[in-house]
Design a protein around this ligand. Structure first.
Ligand SMILES: [Mg+2]
Length: 377
């Protein structure tokens, strides 16, 4: 019986979709139920007839009623079998449905966990939020934390574009970074050329449009503002440094350019490894820059500076003295300077160390176009 039902089940499944299969199985139940019902009614009628005849005639003629009952008995048997088949098939369908639902629930949980992971601790998203929020203050320093973060004039700039390009390059390497240098060049060209007017420095613009695209010994802060994704892909400090070098030296092959990117990537990576601010500060001071600043002095006197050595230490300092992602962003805006880049660097570290608040991500993403959003999805 079981194997017979299995055969029917397999045939139904092979020929029909889920909806069609359900219909067929319901038909089994309805037809089986009706047959069983009629059979039972007929059998009961025959039984009553037999008793009435037996008591009235007291002869063997009453047994004729049992002959009439035979087809009804057959109907009871057939109805029971068909109903049983329908019942088994529906049960099987329910099991499949439950399994499907369980699978879907499990997948939804995994997706939620992954998206939370991406959202909560993400230096790239942090950099983008910093860039967009800082974009309106680059040439209009306001020197206060009490400022509007996402106004209608905000926009994404080269910091977001090139950070996303570097992320794309790393992602497309799929774990084999032996060709990262060329891959970065290719992605920076592919993504970068779409946004000629997003705020590139003169030298970079020239590089982007040249045929040879040779590195130009830059030590501009552009190397640090685009490096955040390195920390997402690297597994240890040595790899952070080697990946940082590969994505940076396509243009910024000056020691200070390489150092600025590496210090930024290392700070993010240490945050990823749950190091304390004291530990991050110690490592940066011992290996890269002095961070001996005073906030009030920076707030009053820090000037626009496009070099790595004039931006990266200040950005790291802003992160170190902050108490939340938002505070890091506001602190960075309040010291002025090359605000979008400063914020992109400090908020990349903060995005890894704290959580990027969901509403900040959503706000900043409103300024991105679909092409950029698709890359980081
Ligand atoms: Mg910029």
């Amino acid at each position: 019986m079981e194997s017979y039902i299995k055969k029917i089940n397999d045939r139904v499944r092979a020929k029909h979709d889920e909806k069609g299969a359900k219909k067929i199985k319901k038909t089994y139940l309805i037809v089986g139920g009706l047959t069983l019902g009629i059979g039972l009614a007929g059998f009961v009628s025959a039984f009553i007839t037999f008793f009435v005849l037996f008591f009235e005639t007291k002869t063997e003629d009453a047994f004729i009623a049992w002959e009439v009952a035979v087809p009804f008995i057959l109907m009871i048997v057939a109805g029971s079998v068909v109903t049983r088949i329908g019942d088994m098939l529906l049960k099987d369908e329910e099991i499949a449905e439950n399994e499907r639902l369980k699978k879907e629930e499990k997948q939804a949980l995994i997706d939620k966990k992954n998206s939370k992971k991406r959202l909560d601790k993400n230096p790239l998203i942090g950099a983008i939020v910093g860039d967009v929020a800082g974009s309106i203050y680059e040439f209009n320093n306001i020197r206060t934390k009490d400022c509007q973060l996402f106004t209608k004039d905000c926009h994404f700039t080269d910091d977001s574009v090139l950070s996303i390009a570097v992320y794309k390059a790393l992602k497309e390497c799929r774990g084999d970074y032996s060709n990262l240098y060329q891959q970065t060049k290719s992605c920076v060209n592919e993504v970068g050329r779409r946004y000629e007017n997003c705020g590139y420095g003169g030298m970079f613009k020239k590089w982007l449009n040249s045929t040879t695209q040779m590195p130009y010994e830059s030590f501009g802060n552009g190397s640090a503002m685009r490096v955040s994704a390195v920390a997402m892909f690297a597994n240890d400090l040595e790899q952070v440094k080697s990946l940082s070098k590969e994505v940076t030296r396509i243009t910024h092959n000056h020691p200070e350019g390489l150092k600025g990117a590496e210090a930024t990537a290392v700070a993010i990576f240490l945050a990823k490894k749950k190091k304390s601010k004291e530990e991050i500060k110690k490592y940066i001071e011992e290996n890269y820059y002095s961070l001996d600043f005073d906030y009030d002095m920076l707030n009053k006197n820090y000037k626009f500076n496009e070099t790595c050595q004039g931006t990266v230490p200040q950005a790291i300092y802003c992160f170190l003295i902050s108490d939340s992602f938002e505070d890091c962003l506001r602190t960075s805006i309040s010291i002025g300077g090359d605000t979008d880049t400063l914020c992109a660097i400090s908020c990349a570290i903060a995005g890894q160390y704290y959580k990027v608040p969901k509403e900040f991500k959503e706000k900043a993403f409103e300024y991105l176009d679909d092409y950029l959003k698709d890359i980081i999805k």
